[in-house]
Write a protein that binds this ligand. Structure first.
Ligand code: ME8
Length: 666
């Protein structure tokens, strides 16, 4: 079935529907800003675009969170959905439709979908027994669990679940899905296809549990009370129901389906790459054209390590706060420019500020302000009619006019980082053109006025093309650029981004505010670090012991040993007499100890978590009979005991401080 295009080109793009189980963060922003930029670009190209986002509001996790807060699940999700919508409006997200899985029309459609799959024999009743991860709302088979027997996605412990349930048969679709993944360009990036086939299809696709009886916050299976539809059938259907599939709320299904792009992060790739196509095959509906999978935005802590963003660690980057400080477009630019399709990207305040300063303040912002200021200074704002072509003009034009085609290709491949890189090649070329043509020297010579006018006009034209192509990515700032360079609305179009000599010959510029002010790195970093540290401390204090346990996944237990084996380790109490950092190492401290046997020196990799003064005068525990070793050239006679902490750090074990030095620990 082909889209009914009504003589116009259509384009349908979706974000995942997000769980309203906590406030949105910079990770949610990434997918949404990326889809928004593509949607805006496609609109600019003349497509009739449908851009869908929304919230996935059912499931056990929401039910539990609402109960903890003492509100109904509906009240709970209503409150958080309002924050999501506020953020999207703040980030200038131009979605065309917002679906909530609690909307009546969606509920109606999902019930019909469930029944159709049942009537066709693809859904049957059985008993589910398996490993279930509550936070991820996912069942896993034994072979899929991680090396610690935990959830392969979030690495938290799983529970054994057994209950009557409906199942969706996957086997009939295995061959077609394998072909879809390996032989078409459905999955982007393609290299993930083989991994999916090896991990899930080759071992034999298992039937999918599609109903639950252990909680009630879900869409009821209308022909079997007590069962609610298991989240993935409910959630994935949203992409169709939002267009009016099996409901009468909307009537755009024939127009927009199949989707051109579903964009998701790798955590939910499996569901979109295998289960969703299988459901559509069973319903005899066309398959989406592309599934674009990106990596995680992790948080880079001050030791440079990447951490998962987690509310309970307090390291969740708040997009409202960043937008207030640096402007929404600078944030949009930064996250799009850093994230390569497929790979993870660590969010770092330093990288963000460097990026804003170098690309936006010094690169593009400076290009605009210098050009406008010179047009103002030398011609009172309005360029004269005289022109004189010169060296470098053609090279500037060629470079600027080559950008649109390259960006088109990147957009079609959902490679937004590359699209921005291509545009910034033209920004650099234009800045170089200023250095080459030296307009400040031309300005001193009355006989060079025509040449100066040409140089400034060419720069204004370059800025017009660049800002048009940047506008889908930075929709708030670019209209301010157009105002400054004197571009009329008709000058700013996709067609005109492929042409030069569009602005009127005697265009008038208007000096305006600085588009992207330079950020004082040191001051900002100190302030941002203080905010994060405060959040982390608050989050830690807020956690109940149970939650701390939930976050922390202990390392796997080592192989069993005998008491004799243990007896071989000689553990002793020792006093830290002095301590200093090992030169040339960020991680090592060198400790001088009183071990009750004349003293010794131990080197320990705890400098990231302890300053020397935290340890001096404290009693600790050492492995006293460990063979000496050299660390960074410094001899270590033994090691000190420390425990893993939930945030990936180490905590030194302090014994009773009254114990004498040399006391043996058994
Ligand atoms: O999975 N980095 O919802 P969800 C990058 N309801 N992207 C991130 C991110 C991060 N740190 N954190 C979240 C669900 N995302 C289901 C989806 S779809 C039918 C149902 C983005 O709220 C990313 O797009 O956990 C990821 O796929 C999505 O949020 C998951 O959001």
């Amino acid at each position: 079935m082909d889209k009914d295009k009504n003589n116009s080109k259509t384009f349908y793009i979706t974000t995942p529907i997000y769980y309203p189980s906590g406030d949105p963060h910079i990770g949610h922003c990434y997918t949404t800003v990326a889809c928004d930029s593509i949607a805006r670009y496609k609109r600019m190209q003349g497509y009739d675009v449908m851009f869908l986002t929304g919230t996935d509001e059912h499931g056990q996790k929401i039910e539990q969170k609402a109960a903890e807060k003492g509100v109904t699940p509906q009240q709970y999700v209503d409150e958080i959905v309002a924050v999501f919508k506020k953020l999207w409006s703040y980030m200038n997200i131009s979605y065309d439709r917002y679906i909530r899985t609690t909307d009546d029309y969606h509920v109606e459609s999902v019930q019909k979908i469930f029944r159709e799959l049942y009537d066709k024999g693809f859904i049957y009743k059985g008993e589910y027994k398996g490993k279930y991860c509550t936070p991820c709302e996912s069942f896993w088979t034994e072979s899929q669990l991680d090396e610690n027997g935990c959830c392969p996605e979030c690495h938290r412990p799983v529970t054994v679940a057994r209950e009557e349930a409906y199942f969706f048969k996957m086997a009939p679709f295995a061959d077609r899905i394998e072909k879809l993944l390996l032989e078409t360009d459905y999955l982007q990036p393609k290299y993930r296809a083989q991994e999916l086939v090896n991990n899930f299809i080759k071992p034999g696709l298992e039937d999918l549990c599609v109903s639950r009886t252990s909680f009630t916050w879900g869409i009821p299976v209308d022909f079997d009370p007590g069962h609610v539809v298991y989240v993935w059938v409910d959630a994935l259907s949203n992409y169709c129901t939002a267009l009016g599939y099996k409901n009468s709320r909307y009537h755009d299904y024939d127009k927009y389906w199949p989707a051109d792009v579903h964009m998701v992060a790798k955590d939910i790739m499996r569901f979109h790459a295998i289960i969703w196509p299988a459901m559509l095959m069973a319903l005899e509906q066309p398959l989406p054209k592309h599934l674009a999978v990106h990596g995680w935005i992790t948080f880079q802590n001050k030791n440079g390590e990447a951490q998962k963003m987690s509310k309970s660690l307090g390291n969740v980057v708040d997009p409202f706060m960043l937008g207030e400080r640096y402007g929404v477009d600078a944030i949009r630019y930064h996250i799009l420019r850093e994230m390569a399709l497929g790979a993870d990207s660590a969010f770092s305040n330093e990288i963000m500020i460097n990026r804003i300063n170098s690309d936006l303040a010094n690169g593009f912002g400076n290009l605009v302000s210098r050009t406008v200021a010179m047009a103002d200074k030398y011609f009172g704002g309005t360029l004269p009619n005289d022109r004189e072509e010169g060296d470098f003009d053609q090279s500037l034009r060629d470079c600027v006019l080559s950008v649109r085609g390259k960006v088109d290709k990147c957009i079609d491949e959902t490679k937004l980082k590359n699209a921005l890189e291509e545009i910034f090649v033209a920004v650099d070329r234009a800045n170089k053109y200023i250095d080459e043509t030296e307009p400040w020297i031309l300005g001193k010579d009355e006989s060079k006025r025509a040449r100066l006018a040409s140089v400034l006009y060419n720069l204004l034209e370059a800025i017009r093309v660049i800002s048009t192509l940047l506008s889908p990515f930075m929709p708030t700032a670019m209209p301010k650029v157009w105002e400054q360079i004197g571009a009329a609305e008709s000058d700013i179009s996709y067609e005109n981004a492929g042409r030069f000599d569009v602005l009127p010959v005697n265009v008038t510029v208007h000096k305006g505010e600085i588009l992207f002010p330079r950020i004082d790195m040191e001051k900002e970093i100190n302030e941002l670090n203080a905010i994060i540290e405060k959040n982390m401390a608050e989050a830690k204090a807020k956690l109940s012991d149970a939650e701390k346990g939930e976050e922390f996944v202990p390392a796997e237990l080592a192989q069993e040993i005998s008491i004799d084996d243990f007896g071989k380790a000689d553990l002793r109490v020792a006093l830290v007499k002095s301590c200093e950092k090992v030169k040339k190492s960020k991680k090592l401290l060198c400790l001088q100890l009183d071990d009750g046997f004349g003293g010794r020196q131990v080197v320990s990799g705890i400098a990231e978590w302890y300053k020397p003064e935290d340890l001096i005068g404290k009693k600790i525990i050492i492995v006293a009979n460990l063979k000496p070793a050299k660390l960074c050239g410094v001899e270590s006679q033994g090691m000190i005991l420390a425990a893993d902490t939930p945030d990936g750090g180490a905590a030194v074990v302090f014994p009773d401080q009254e114990l004498p030095c040399g006391a043996k620990i058994r």
